[in-house]
Design a protein. Structure first.
Length: 385
C-alpha cells in the first residue's frame, strides 16, 4: 500500500494543493520548495480527522505532547531535556526570529554559514542585526572548517546559527566537527541555535548527531529546533519545537514571545502524537529507501550532462548542483530551465553569495517524474553549451 505513495506520474500531481504545485502552469515540474510530492501516511490523515470529529478544536492543552517530545529528545537526540525545556512553535522559522530576539540587540552579530537556508538571513535582518558569513566550499565537500569560523567571530558575535543536516548543501555534520564548534562557542560564550528539521532524512553511512548532546556545557548554551514536516510531508500543519536543557533561557524566550507566538493547533498536536507513537515509522523507512534510489540516480544523471558539479548529499532531499561552468547567473539559469525545460527550481544565490551559479533541486518525487525532469534539464542545458 505504501509504495503507491512514492510512485506516481506528473499527471497525478496536477490536482495537488499548495504553493509548490500552484506556482507554475501544470506543464511545469515543480522542484523548488521543500515539500515532497509523496502521499501522506493514512494514519496521519486519520489522526487529523479524529481530532475534528471529536471536536478537539479548543484552546490547546500541550502537557501530554510536551512529555512525549521530551521523551523523544532524550531517547533519539541524547539531550536530557524535561517537558519544561520544550517549546512548541509554528514550525522552525519563528524559532529563528525568537532566538535572535532573545540573544541579541541591534548591532550585534550573528554567524551563519554561506550558503545557508535563507530564512535565517531574514530573521537576522528583520531585527537590525549584522549577518556574518562562515563560508562552506563545494570543492572540499562543504566541510565545516573551524579556523574559518574562528576568523569571523568578534566581540560583537552573540549567536551562531547552524543547520544539521544542512540546507542547501546536504551535509550531515560529523561528531568531530560538532565537538570543535562546541568548544569554540563555549570559549566565546556564544549561544547556538541549530535547525535539525531534517534529522530523519539521513542516508546510509551517515548519522545525525545533535550538537546539544556533545557535552552538558554546550547543551546549556544550545537551542535545538525540530519538527515533522520534512519526513512526513506535513508542512501545512506548521508544527515545530525548540528544546534546551537551559530552562531559564527557555522561560526568557517564552516571555519575549508572549503575545506573538502561540504554539500550534490541536490538529497538528494530534498528528504529532501519532508520529511519536511509532505507528508511521514504516512510512519513513520506505521513504528513505526510495530517496536513496532517486538520490543516486539524480546525481549520476546530472554528472552525465557535462558541465555540472554536484556533491553527493548525505542528508535531505535537496540537491545543490553547481552550473557556473555555463557562464550564466543563477537567476538566468533558473529562468532558462523554467522556459526551456518546464522545470521549476530555486535560485542558488538566495542562499548566500557562495550559492551564486548554483540551483537547488527538490528530488522528493517519484522516479518517473524525476526521470522526466532530468531529461528536460539535460535538453535545455545542452542548448547553452
Amino acid at each position: 500500500m505504501t509504495s503507491s505513495l512514492f510512485e506516481f506520474t506528473q499527471q497525478d500531481l496536477v490536482t495537488r494543493k499548495g504553493r509548490k504545485w500552484s506556482r507554475f502552469p501544470v506543464d511545469v515540474i515543480p522542484m523548488w520548495i521543500a515539500d515532497t510530492d509523496f502521499g501522506i501516511a493514512p494514519e496521519i490523515k486519520d489522526a487529523a480527522i479524529h481530532a475534528i470529529q471529536h471536536e478537539d478544536l479548543h484552546y490547546c492543552d500541550e502537557r501530554e505532547l510536551l512529555e512525549m517530545l521530551a521523551a523523544k529528545i532524550q531517547a533519539v537526540n541524547g539531550i536530557p531535556v524535561s517537558p519544561a525545556g520544550v517549546y512548541l512553535t509554528q514550525g522552525v522559522i519563528p524559532a529563528m526570529w525568537l532566538a535572535c530576539r532573545y540573544a541579541c540587540k541591534p548591532g550585534d552579530e550573528v554567524v551563519v554559514t554561506n550558503p545557508m537556508y535563507f530564512p535565517f538571513f531574514r530573521a537576522i535582518e528583520s531585527l537590525n542585526l549584522k549577518k556574518v558569513y562562515w563560508p562552506l566550499y563545494s570543492h572540499d565537500g562543504y566541510q565545516f572548517n573551524i579556523e574559518a569560523l574562528q576568523n569571523v567571530i568578534s566581540p560583537k558575535t552573540k549567536l551562531l546559527f547552524m543547520c544539521n543536516p544542512h540546507n542547501p548543501t546536504g551535509r550531515v555534520m560529523t561528531k568531530s566537527e560538532l565537538s570543535a564548534i562546541a568548544d569554540l562557542a563555549l570559549d566565546h560564550d556564544l549561544l547556538i541555535a541549530c535547525d535539525e528539521l531534517w534529522e530523519e532524512i539521513v542516508y546510509p553511512g551517515h548519522v545525525h548527531t545533535s550538537i546539544a548532546a556533545i557535552n552538558p556545557e554546550i547543551s546549556h548554551n544550545t537551542l535545538s529546533f525540530f519538527g515533522f514536516s520534512k519526513a512526513y510531508n506535513i508542512a501545512g500543519l506548521q508544527i515545530g519545537y525548540i528544546a534546551t536543557t537551559n530552562e531559564t533561557m527557555l522561560a526568557g524566550m517564552r516571555e519575549v514571545a508572549q503575545g506573538i507566538l502561540r504554539g500550534t493547533s490541536t490538529i497538528a498536536q494530534a498528528v504529532a502524537k501519532t508520529i511519536l507513537s511509532g505507528t508511521v515509522e514504516y512510512y519513513r523507512t520506505q521513504e528513505l529507501q526510495h530517496l536513496h534510489i532517486v538520490r543516486d540516480y539524480a546525481i549520476h544523471q546530472l554528472q552525465e550532462i557535462g558541465d555540472i558539479r554536484c556533491n553527493t548529499i548525505e542528508g535531505t532531499y535537496l540537491l545543490f548542483p553547481n552550473l557556473s561552468a555555463y557562464g550564466k547567473s543563477s537567476s538566468t539559469l533558473v529562468n532558462h530551465l523554467l522556459t526551456e525545460a518546464k522545470v521549476g527550481v530555486s535560485d542558488g544565490s538566495q542562499f548566500g553569495t557562495l550559492g551564486e551559479g548554483h540551483i537547488r533541486m527538490n528530488i522528493g518525487t517519484s522516479l518517473s517524474v524525476l526521470q522526466e525532469a532530468l531529461r528536460r534539464i539535460s535538453h535545455a542545458l545542452h542548448k547553452l553549451s
